[in-house]
Design a protein around this ligand. Structure first.
Ligand SMILES: Nc1nc2c(c(=O)[nH]1)N[C@H]1C(S)=C(S)[C@@H](COP(=O)(O)OP(=O)(O)OC[C@H]3O[C@@H](n4cnc5c(N)ncnc54)[C@H](O)[C@@H]3O)O[C@H]1N2
Ligand code: MOO
Length: 395
């Protein structure tokens, strides 16, 4: 049995690049950028009016404005730049418009009375100019998003504003999800007393979809020949196999043996962690496929996906997955042999992680009450309230 950090570093060692492709902007959300993004213009591209009001030429901010200004015209957003004729006139300006030439200050409508083509100012002193200056956010050509970033909704806006019709992203691996076990039936079936409906594979499917991957799902019965035949084909057809079940000590837990027969090289089997101790990981060198064989208990499969697979995916396609740290809200007994992924909810008032009760790693329903897992490394003695640990947040 190996330690959790050793298991993680072996998983990450097998990270892999699957090449790149160009996709339309609107299909790039959730994908990993495979290029640096630079601005094509200054941002903002012109001195941008930030308040609806009037634009005047004030000069020094210390200067007192005139009592009233004849209105020369209206500078709307989307119109080419107007020119203020002189410092005695003003131009009405709208938020988002280009600042008129020769004007240097915008006075909001709230401080102005407009009557008979004149703008009367109710202020003695002007506090600010209300201009978002050209290039103050970034200069043309500056790098604004780095290669490797997972594209989120805000990034899509940035990509749109710099005119990226297509975006270069990392290719995604082809992933197969495989359930094993004769007790499992499909969602649309009525299970008999000794049976249950499959659930792990759906959680894995949902996790992958959130990570931008459209997986295929398979089921294999606990029959060695069938396991060998089907897994042989899947190893050829897919880059990654995510298995659930069949990796512990039972008579029908044949996955490690079958994978070995098929030439999949074992990196490790069993990690000093709870849940998910019997986790098996390996790769097929010639076929270039990776195998994550997660233990079948729902929490074990889920933690395996969130902690190992997602870090592997990030490392393979883009930026490293970073976990935040969080304060433990309640003391917990330490375990000198096993690191624990403790299911927690986050206290909304103080942000502390509060362990939640469950009935062990088979308690699927507790998962939907779980907001995150706190990774509490193995140690002697108690884990004290107030100590900080890595927080494995759900994708
Ligand atoms: N003698 C030992 N027994 C067990 C050990 C051990 O070290 N020695 N480890 C325990 C731990 S820890 C875990 S975790 C489980 C893992 O077992 P397997 O990976 O072999 O998984 P199965 O036995 O096939 O199934 C376990 C459990 O999970 C349910 N399951 C499986 N697949 C699904 C699915 N797709 N959807 C929903 N539920 C699923 C299955 O019905 C079982 O109840 O082993 C312990 N035993
Ligand atoms: O490794 Mo398991 O502790 O039952 O999930």
């Amino acid at each position: 049995m190996i330690d959790i950090q050793e298991a993680l570093s072996q998983v990450l060692e097998s990270s892999q690049n699957y090449g790149q492709e160009k996709v339309p902007l609107m299909e790039s959300v959730g994908r990993f950028l495979a290029e640096d993004i630079h601005t094509d213009r200054d941002a903002p591209p012109f001195d941008r009016v930030t308040m609806d009001g009037i634009a005047i030429q004030l000069g020094d901010l210390e200067n007192q404005p005139l009592g009233s200004y004849p209105i020369q015209g209206i500078q709307a957003a989307g119109l080419p730049q107007m020119t203020l004729e002189n410092r005695k006139h003003c131009i009405e300006v709208m938020t988002g418009a280009i600042m008129p030439k020769n004007a240097d200050t915008v006075i909001p409508y709230e401080e102005v009375e407009i009557q008979d083509g004149q703008a009367k100012i109710n202020l003695e002193k002007i506090a600010k100019r209300n201009i978002h200056y050209r290039g103050s956010d970034s200069r043309q050509g500056e790098k604004i998003i780095a290669n490797g970033k997972k594209i989120n909704a805000a990034d899509i806006g940035v990509l749109a504003t710099v005119g990226k019709i297509t975006v270069k992203v990392s290719n995604l691996p082809d992933v197969a999800i495989i359930s094993t076990g004769d007790e499992l039936v499909n969602v649309d079936e009525t299970p008999q007393e000794h049976q249950i409906r499959k659930s792990n594979v759906y959680s894995l499917w949902a996790g992958l979809m959130k990570d931008g991957i459209k997986p295929e799902m398979f089921h294999i019965t606990d029959d060695k020949t069938e396991l060998e035949d089907k897994l042989k084909g899947l190893l050829k057809d897919f880059d990654v196999l995510l298995l659930s079940g069949g990796v512990s000590k039972g008579k029908y837990d044949m996955i490690p043996e079958v994978l070995d027969d098929l030439g999949v090289q074992k990196s490790f089997h069993r990690v000093a962690q709870k849940p998910g101790k019997p986790f098996w990981f390996g790769f097929h060198k010639e076929l270039n496929s990776k195998v994550f064989a997660f233990p079948g208990n729902p929490l074990a499969t889920y933690v395996g996906y969130q902690f190992y697979f997602r870090q592997w995916l990030h490392q393979s396609l883009g930026e490293k997955l970073q976990f935040n740290v969080c304060t433990l809200g309640k003391s917990l007994p330490g375990n000198p042999k096993i690191s624990q992924f403790v299911p927690v909810q986050i206290n909304k008032k103080n942000g502390e992680a509060m362990p939640i009760k469950n009935n062990g790693s088979g308690d699927l329903f507790s998962l939907s009450q779980t907001e995150a897992f706190l990774l509490v490394p193995r140690r002697e003695g108690e884990n004290q309230a107030g100590e900080k640990f890595q927080l494995i947040e759900m994708s």
